[in-house]
Ligand binder design. Structure first.
Ligand SMILES: Cc1cc2nc3c(=O)[nH]c(=O)nc-3n(C[C@H](O)[C@H](O)[C@H](O)COP(=O)(O)O)c2cc1C
Ligand SMILES: C=C(O[C@@H]1CC(C(=O)O)=C[C@@H](OP(=O)(O)O)[C@H]1O)C(=O)O
Length: 393
């Protein structure tokens, strides 16, 4: 089973991850990972920090001569901000001393983890809440999830994502119009979707909507506000039978929802028609079964590739929502935790809309879930052993 742990603060010296359970013999390089790290840094609406961070995970164990050994893979990534910013991070993030020379942050931003951090951990400074809740951590998380993504790719399973709404600009019926755009690409694998989407500044496949989304970000940025939106992630090449209906905690819908909702600022997730299914009657939802060329097929894919928590062999279709970024230039009301007086929120450097970047995070966080379901069925200690089992299926 692949699992991973991350550590590190947004403005500390580095972020770190350890992944274990990756079978031996998988080709893995820092360059491979860097491609997805670079994708995660791009997108209209990003803040100033992404312009100077050059994310690259340095692998320090578990890989030899370009292939995994089966041992834990340790990775580290420096925060350029630590040295580069003039905010004095080495002093603010000092492991030693009593912090008497550092001004505490006492004005929490609604929507971020600022206030709940001080309530939960009894901090008298909001700084530690900001540091660990920050989506900076998603950089090392993408790196940690990448070996699982690579394993899936080795067996022809591809993941791709794109933006379908930013604020008021988006597909009105995403389950219909987005399908029309994506369907021709499904036959060539989901990564075709991400390559096409990556050419768009907001990672949207529709040119007209791209323009509208961009304009909307410009307007909200000028107003000192922020935006979230909806995205879609597609997985192709999945064989039927991954996952399980025999226990609630092995149903893939649940496992996918957990890793997606475990990502900063995510507020909802749906599979296939999702919430739309509740507006329709049965014949408009369930996918008719056919038998062609020795295989069972579905005439449509309205349930998004899962029945009973198990893959059907159809593409997996996931959609989700990200809330608007909590840090905004135009303040809203909050309370100073020291004086308990009403205050305007404080601003620190921030993205205005991070959805185009977040899509890449979602693509990657689902990979260990799918890889583990794959390994449950076909697993072994090495890629070679898994290949034998997969071919014999
Ligand atoms: C890729 C990405 C980038 C983000 N960038 C920012 C940001 O620049 N400023 C900010 O206030 N929140 C940002 N967020 C959201 C916060 O990290 C998140 O709202 C906060 O940790 C509180 O967690 P919650 O929204 O899950 O409740 C970002 C989230 C993601 C996924
Ligand atoms: C650093 C990243 O995102 C950060 C996520 C984030 C937050 O509050 O979540 C706040 C911002 O941090 P800073 O104030 O240092 O610019 C973003 O830049 C990243 O994605 O690598």
């Amino acid at each position: 089973m692949i699992r991973y742990l991350t550590a590190g603060e947004s403005h500390g010296p580095k972020i770190t991850g350890i992944v274990e359970g990756v079978p031996a013999g998988l080709e893995l390089s820092e360059d491979d990972i860097a491609l997805h790290l670079a994708r995660r840094q791009k997108g209209y609406g990003r803040g100033g920090r992404m312009a100077f961070e050059k994310d690259r995970a340095e692998i320090s164990s578990g890989v030899r001569f370009g292939k995994t050994t089966g041992a834990p893979i340790a990775m580290q990534m420096p925060n350029r901000a630590y040295e580069k910013d003039d905010a004095g991070w080495p002093k603010v993030m000092n492991k030693e001393g009593d912090g008497a020379d550092v001004d505490p942050i006492t004005v929490p931003r609604p929507g971020h983890a600022d206030l709940i951090g001080i309530q939960k951990y009894r901090y008298n400074d909001i700084r530690p809440s900001i540091e660990r809740s920050s989506a900076r951590e998603t950089a090392i998380r993408v790196a940690c999830c990448f070996p699982a993504r690579k394993l899936l790719k080795h067996f022809g399973i591809e993941i791709g994502g794109h933006v379908i709404r930013i604020g008021s600009s988006g597909y009105e019926k995403p389950w219909e119009d987005v399908r029309n755009l994506v369907d021709p690409m499904l036959k060539d694998g989901a990564e075709t979707v991400f390559k096409a989407a990556d050419e768009s500044p907001v990672r949207c496949l529709d040119e007209e909507l791209t323009q509208k989304m961009r304009d909307e970000i410009i307007v909200r940025r000028k107003e000192g506000s922020s935006l979230g939106g909806h995205y879609e992630v597609v997985v192709t090449g999945l064989p039927a039978g991954l996952g399980s209906f025999v226990h609630w905690d092995r149903k893939l819908e649940g496992q996918l929802a957990q890793v997606i909702m475990g990502t900063q600022a995510m507020k909802g997730v749906e599979i296939g028609l999702g919430f739309e299914a509740g507006r329709r009657h049965g014949q408009e939802v369930h996918d008719e079964i056919t038998y062609e060329d020795g295989n069972y097929r579905r005439g449509s894919n309205r349930l998004g590739g899962l029945e009973g928590g198990v893959t059907t062999g159809m593409p997996l279709i996931i959609r989700g929502v990200m809330k608007p970024i909590p840090t905004m230039l135009t303040p809203i009301k909050t309370v100073d935790i020291e004086t308990k007086e009403e205050k305007d929120t404080r601003y620190e450097r921030s993205d205005v809309c991070a959805l185009p970047r977040a899509v890449v995070v979602i693509e990657n966080v689902i990979a260990p879930v799918l890889a583990n379901a794959f390994l449950d069925k076909f697993g072994g200690d090495s890629i070679e052993e898994i290949e034998e089992r997969y071919q014999a299926r």
